[in-house]
Ligand binder design. Structure first.
Ligand code: ADP
Ligand code: MG
Ligand code: MG
Length: 500
């Protein structure tokens, strides 16, 4: 048996051997804990649960026990987080690279085209973002056969579950404190997870840089948001942040007893209706000045049902508010840019350190444009080895298996430029293990695979990097028979890791 930190490390016990009575007890305790600690989402069976807080709450779907994950790969994922943060920032400044890399996609994907139009307008205006805030989540799967930690994608907008993810780690730690002895598991092997307070800290620091004590943080939200509590956790943390005595703004806050940072929630349609720019670039929504705009909506076409929403997005971009993300940060997070960055000698354009480049490249899976005829041929022959991805976010958009073959053959036949809307990616096959999944108060055992997300925060003001940190994590575990697994979509559950 291996010993780490004085604790015997055993692989997570065989779930088949856990006494069903114990499972039932733990499941009950876990449900109580979730209810008492705000590990909740809006209940889809209650009509207004996505609009009115406190109404129709149900526990978030979660795994009853944490999932085993090798410590070395965990460390690897944490280590590259600041490098990815820096990469996003560097690439965001290369407007020409972004416009060129996405130029073919622009012709066939209306959503990407709209984003690029805003980006072009900002270039024409010579708009500079001096304070840049990124709240990212880089997602990985551990490929079972090669034992490689491979990046699925890097999210630069609307990363979900920094709030609830850390609660799941708390829940698991709590369960292991009570039942770990029977399971041969120790709560200390669950790494600490402070994603919510670290993200709130980044928002707070961005607010300080903006330096208008009367301005607030605005969260851009969907009108109906059942995942609102995940967001409210960040707002709560932001409100409770106590100032440090080292800058004038903080002093101002103390003297005026306004040490808490308020947040407001607005949809893009509301921003279009109530928003305006002052001559100095200040964004006003109603009469309220906005310091930081944190997008938890606006990542996909559904969030822009009319021109009104696009006007709001443009207005925000034109303003002096700190945008999380700016339009260029959002573009860096597209699948197409991910694929372009994986080409030989591209990272070298953006990063100086050879070691850093090697570390990032090590976690790149195979990524190809559909220009690559050999790879397209291979994908038609063996579609099971690939995932085909459009320029979309939020889950449920990828193409798998026989659908890849059909789509590729159709694209070949049509011979249009529609192929530029997609990329091909090597399919990653993580280890499959039995898991207890908790959903709607019911515990059910299934074979599952996991995806690790590492949160990262980056804040700079001109040449000064104020924050570049790894900020906690999220494990999502889904039944292995499902190709894709959004937590909200109903396949995946929130999980945490047990280091082995
Ligand atoms: P989105 O931005 O919509 O989340 P992703 O690239 O993360 O898009 O894909 C959604 C889901 O599809 C992932 O969470 C993962 O479950 C699955 N997936 C994506 N890429 C791969 C891959 N290369 N191998 C295996 N599964 C993948
Ligand atoms: Mg994504
Ligand atoms: Mg994803």
């Amino acid at each position: 048996m291996e010993i780490q930190d004085g604790i015997a490390v055993e692989p997570i016990s065989d779930l088949h051997s856990i006494d069903p009575e114990l499972v039932e007890k733990m499941a009950y305790d876990a449900l109580v804990w979730s209810s008492l600690h705000g590990l909740v989402v809006g209940d889809r069976s209650v009509e207004r649960s996505g609009r009115i807080p406190g109404l129709g709450m149900v526990h978030a779907p979660f795994a009853l026990l944490p999932t085993a994950f090798p410590e070395s790969h965990w460390k690897q994922a944490c280590e590259v987080a600041p490098i990815f943060n820096e990469l996003v920032d560097r690439v965001s400044l290369e407007s020409q690279f972004l416009q060129e890399a996405l130029s073919r996609t622009k012709k066939v994907d209306a959503f990407t085209s709209k984003l690029l139009d805003i980006h072009s307008k900002m270039l024409e205006m010579n708009k500079k973002e001096e304070i840049r805030l990124g709240l990212h989540r880089s997602d990985y799967m551990l490929d079972e056969q090669t034992k490689l930690l491979l990046q699925i994608e890097l999210n630069t907008i609307s990363c979900s579950f920094p709030g609830l993810g850390c609660l799941v780690s708390d829940l698991h730690r709590n369960l292991l404190k009570h039942y770990g002895e029977y399971l041969g598991l120790h709560s200390k092997r669950i790494p600490s997870n402070a994603a919510a307070s670290q993200f709130a800290d980044a928002l707070f620091k961005a607010w300080v840089q903006y330096d208008n004590p009367r301005a607030v943080v605005m969260i851009v939200v969907q009108g109906d948001e059942r995942n609102m509590y995940d967001q409210h956790w960040l707002c709560a943390s932001l409100k409770e942040k106590y100032p440090l005595l080292h800058s004038d703004t903080y002093l101002y806050q103390i003297l005026n007893n306004t040490h808490n940072v308020s947040t407001i929630r607005k949809t893009l349609a509301e921003i279009d209706e109530e928003g305006k720019l002052q001559p100095d670039g200040t964004l006003l929504v109603g009469s309220q000045a906005i310091a930081v705009v944190y997008f938890r909506a606006g990542y996909g076409p559904v969030d822009y049902p009319s021109e009104s929403e696009w006007r709001a997005r443009l207005l925000v971009e034109q303003s002096s508010a700190v945008k999380c993300p700016s339009i260029s940060y959002q573009l860096v997070g597209t699948k197409k840019i991910q694929q372009e960055l994986a080409k030989p000698n591209v990272l070298e354009r953006f990063l100086d350190s050879k070691e850093d480049i090697a570390k990032l490249r090590k976690c790149f899976a195979g990524l190809w444009s559909l220009d690559d005829k050999d790879v397209v041929g291979k994908a038609i022959e063996e579609p099971g080895l690939f995932v085909m991805k459009p320029q979309r976010e939020g889950g449920g958009n990828n193409i798998y298996g026989d659908d890849i073959r059909e789509t590729l053959l159709r694209l070949q036949k049509e011979g249009t430029e529609e192929d530029a809307a997609y990329i091909l990616m090597q399919r990653i096959f993580p280890i499959v293990s039995p898991t207890y999944l908790m959903r709607d108060g019911i515990c059910h055992k299934d074979c599952a695979i996991s995806e690790l997300g590492i949160y990262g925060a980056y804040l700079r003001n001109k040449e000064k990097i104020i924050m570049n940190d790894q900020c906690g994590y999220l494990l999502r575990t889904k039944v292995s028979s499902s190709d894709e697994g959004g937590v909200a979509a109903g396949f995946a559950v929130l999980d945490s890791i047990y280091l082995t």
